[in-house]
Each structure stands twice: as C-alpha cells, then as structure tokens.
Design a protein around this ligand. Structure first.
Ligand SMILES: Cc1cc2nc3c(=O)[nH]c(=O)nc-3n(C[C@H](O)[C@H](O)[C@H](O)COP(=O)(O)OP(=O)(O)OC[C@H]3O[C@@H](n4cnc5c(N)ncnc54)[C@H](O)[C@@H]3O)c2cc1C
Length: 473
C-alpha cells in the first residue's frame, strides 16, 4: 500500500469490495428499543458494533459513560505507556478487512518505511487510529450515558441509564459488557491504604492522577507490573523528587508464561480445554506474575532518584506530620503520595449494574474444585462463561435472561484465557459473540422469520424468456 492523496482511498475501496451492509433482518418487537445494547464505547464496543452491522443485526446502540471520545476507553486515560504492550502485527478491530487495519491506516499517512521502522505501536497513534475507525465507519457511542442497572423484565432487559437528560430506561434483547478492566470488577486497592490513609493521599493507576502536582514530591508506587512502572516513569518525568516502587516478590516477574500457549491452536480452542486445564493455566499466570515490558522498566530505572524495593510488601501505613509513613522490613519510609499499581479484581458478579442477578451467576467456584495446591479465591470469583461469552445460571431458579448478557471484558479470563478485550482477542471473540447473538435473535424471532422465509416471492422471469426454445416431442 502506498501513500495517496486521499489516505482513506484503500479503506473506501475495501468497503466497496465487501458490498453494502446487509439490511437489518431482526424483526421489530413491540416496545423493544434495541436488539443489542453494547455497554462500553472503547475499542471492543466499537468493533462489536461494526461486526453486528455486517451480520445484519440492526438496532444496536453503544452506551458509554465517559463524557467524550477522549475520556472513553483506556488509551488516553489510564494507559501511560509510550508504546502498546502488544506486538504491532496482531490483527485487531479491522476484523479481517486489511484496509481498515492499523498498519493500513498508518502506512497511508506515514508510508511503509515509517511503519517498518516502529517497533511497537505508539499509544497515541493507536488512539488516533481508533478515532479514525469510528468516524470512518460511522460508529457513534452515546457518551455521558452510564448504565447503572440491568434489570430483567419479562422477556427483555431494561437498562437504567444516567444520561445528560437525566435518568431514563431503555430495553434491549441482548446486552454485551464491553466495559474493560474497571468494569469487570473494580480497581483493586490494598486495604492497608484504604483503611489508614485519607483518600487524597493515594490513587489507583486507573484514576486520573495529577502528575504535575507530584513535582518535587516523594512518591511511593505499590506493585511491579507494567502499570506500576508506567506510573513511576511518568511521575519521574514530571519531576518527582524520588519515586520508591515496592514489589512483593524478590524479583520482578520476567517470565511471560502465557506465551507457551500463544499459538493459534491453543488460543483459538482455549474454551474447549477441560476445566482443570483452564484453571491450571490461570493459576500459573497468577503464580508467575504479570510481566512489565522492558521499556517500562527502562523508563523508570534511567532516573537516579528511582528506588526499587524488592520483597517489600506493605502491611502498615499511617499519616505522620503531613506525610504517609510505612515501615517495611524495619526501614521507615516517608512519602507524600502513594500510587497503587495493584491491578483489578474480576468480581463481575459484584458489579452494581448486575445487582438484580446477585447470587444467580454461575462462577468458577461453583463448578470446579481445584487441587489443594491451586486454591485461589480470586480465580473462583470469575464467571463461568458459556461458549458465546454468555453468563450462565447458578440455579434453575436464576433468571433465564442471564444468557442474554455477554461478557467481553477481563472477567472472561479463566473461561477464555488471556487476553479478553485486548487487541488480539478481537479476532477470536468478536465473531463468536456476534454469531451467538445472531443465532439467539434468529431462533427467538423464528415465528416471524418463518413467515418471512415461507412467504411468497415474485418470479425473477416469466416463461416468455425461454418459450421460443422449447421443443415438444
Ligand atoms: C494500563 C493498561 C495497559 C494496557 N495495554 C494494552 C496493550 O498494549 N495492548 C492490548 O491489547 N491491551 C492492553 N490493555 C488491555 C486493554 O484494557 C485493552 O486492550 C483495551 O482497553 C480494551 O478495550 P475495551 O474497549 O475492551 O475496554 P476499555 O478501553 O477499558 O473501555 C471500556 C469502556 O466502558 C465504559 N464503561 C464501563 N462501565 C460502563 C457503564 N456501566 N456504562 C457505560 N459505560 C461504561 C468505560 O467508560 C470505558 O470507556 C491494557 C490495559 C491496561 C489497564
């Protein structure tokens, strides 16, 4: 592909070559607002909307809590790395249409040599690409629209919304949770901070952090995965006087253990693995730990005022003379601000949006008893998802509408392996979810569709077309 005057020429040609979008085939239902409501307008929600459109599933809406495109999704917010962590060659939201890919977009603007020269994708370029993807495909999330509650009402789901016009309800047949890490459970902040420190003295890496305000300050970072190192790097670049990063382990996790299953057979068929294998894989990942990228570590360690403390778990914290103090292994630390790079919980069932389904969602702990050496409460909290990423009922009395809530966020980790919602997961998961939704909508409206499928159809031509050629014996 070469740079042309119109950088979108190849993308336009690609859309022309795949033909027009099919018309919506799903029969309208009285009083139903949406066939599918996608919660979350990040990359996952937008790519799902495009895939549903190409499957002829109309009346799809994307509900996004953030005020605008910049604040939606992770890339210009909680993500602080300079380069994406994932390789640049992975397929993503283009969903098999090469001209809609990041590579095509980038080469059309900067040339092939420029693409060849980048090692991994610059984060802000990825955000620009996603912005283009949405605009080019006409995908418009409804910003400032937070889903507060998903209520089962009869044969459909009622969404309780907080919108710019106030509280509202809308109904949907299907709901997809494309709510990212934060929406898969919540930010995990250790109790030692929550119980002992005023809220203005600590933040989670998911929060908006006022880094310029940390200039000249002594900052503590808890955790040693990529987000912790990124936060440390940004604080140092903003002139923090010292940054102390505290890791529980005696070495930084350096083995990307999930790469042993990074081949297509294992990735694409992961769901077919027996429960024991999937649990073992998840447990092994937790055991080895999440590895920071090399550049995230380099970004921090190049500063002399960066201090790494290994085997240094926090067990105490208090305010003293206006500073946070903690004692670890007999050493006292005095800090002005603490950043928890401690990840997320995937306790989806405890999300406030799902409170109507409390106790009804099938979890891994309901299904699988691990061997004693692999007990893990955090893994047990993950929903035990069905093959279409749908929630499953825990008891026969549970709402039958659970099957209409599909999960494409990190809560699917134990069921589908890493990653879920990440760039590479799109190729496998989006077609699966769309195919299941299409099938459920098809079977759910079969009475109307059967009428359509067995209805009359005018002939394409009359017998006049061939009458003259007919030879009778
Ligand atoms: C720090 C960090 C770095 C990462 N780096 C990479 C990487 O390099 N490569 C990679 O592939 N993946 C990476 N990931 C994984 C990453 O989360 C995904 O790739 C990407 O953000 C997933 O997009 P998403 O649309 O699924 O979720 P998000 O980008 O998190 O978007 C979810 C959206 O849902 C909205 N939402 C949530 N709840 C509601 C609600 N109730 N109502 C309405 N809207 C709601 C949120 O406002 C948000 O905009 C990273 C994750 C983190 C945390």
């Amino acid at each position: 592909m070469s740079q042309s005057l119109d950088p979108d020429a190849d993308a336009h040609a690609a859309l022309r070559l795949i033909g027009p979008d099919p018309a919506n085939w799903v029969p309208d239902r009285v009083g139903l607002d949406h066939n599918v409501a996608i919660i979350g307008g990040g990359q996952t929600g937008c790519a799902l909307a495009f895939a549903l459109r190409r499957a002829g599933v109309g009346k799809v809406t994307i509900l996004e809590a953030a005020p605008d495109e910049q604040r939606a999704g992770l890339w210009l917010n909680a993500a602080r790395m300079n380069l994406l962590r994932t390789p640049k060659t992975l397929p993503g939201p283009e969903l098999g249409i090469p001209a809609l890919s990041f590579q095509a977009w980038y080469e059309a603007r900067h040339g092939q040599a420029a693409y060849a020269a980048i090692d991994r994708i610059p984060r802000t370029d990825w955000a620009d690409y996603l912005s283009w993807y949405k605009a080019f495909l006409g995908i418009s999330p409804r910003y400032r629209t937070r889903v507060e509650r998903i209520e089962p009402t009869g044969d459909r789901l009622t969404l309780h919304l907080d919108t710019p016009a106030g509280r509202a309800t809308e109904t949907a047949q299907k709901v997809i949770l494309a709510t990212g890490f934060a929406g898969s459970g919540g930010n995990f902040i250790p109790n030692v901070l929550v119980d002992n420190l005023p809220r203005e003295r600590f933040a989670h890496t998911e929060d908006t952090i006022d880094f310029p305000a940390l200039r000249g300050k002594v900052v503590g970072v808890i955790g040693a995965a990529a987000s912790a190192f990124d936060a440390a790097g940004v604080a140092l670049e903003h002139g923090a006087a010292q940054v102390h990063l505290f890791a529980r382990r005696d070495a930084i996790a350096a083995v990307p253990i999930t790469r042993t299953r990074g081949f297509p057979g294992a990735y694409d068929n992961y769901y077919l693995l027996p429960d024991g294998d999937r649990w073992h894989q998840a447990f092994r990942f937790f055991d080895y730990g999440s590895t920071p990228t090399t550049d995230a570590i380099e970004r921090a360690v190049r500063f002399d005022n960066f201090h790494l403390h290994l085997s240094a778990p926090w067990s105490n914290a208090a305010m003293q003379d206006g500073q946070v103090v903690t004692t670890i292994g007999g050493t006292h630390y005095r800090l002005d601000f603490v950043i928890a790079g401690t990840g997320y919980s995937a306790d989806l069932a405890s999300r406030p949006e799902l409170r109507d389904f409390a106790g009804q969602i099938l979890l891994w702990r309901d299904v699988y008893t691990p061997p004693p050496a692999e007990q893990d409460e955090r893994l047990g909290c993950h929903p035990y998802l069905g093959g279409g990423h749908e929630l499953k009922p825990r008891t026969p009395q549970a709402s039958p509408l659970l099957k209409d809530i599909h999960v494409q966020n990190p809560a699917g980790f134990v069921s589908f392996g890493l990653p879920i919602g990440d760039v590479p997961s799109m190729k496998r998961d989006i077609p699966v979810i769309v195919s299941r939704i299409s099938a459920d909508l098809f079977l759910g409206t079969l009475a109307e569709l059967r009428e359509r499928m067995t209805g009359s159809m005018p002939p394409d031509f009359s017998d006049a077309l061939y009458r003259a050629a007919v030879r009778r014996p």
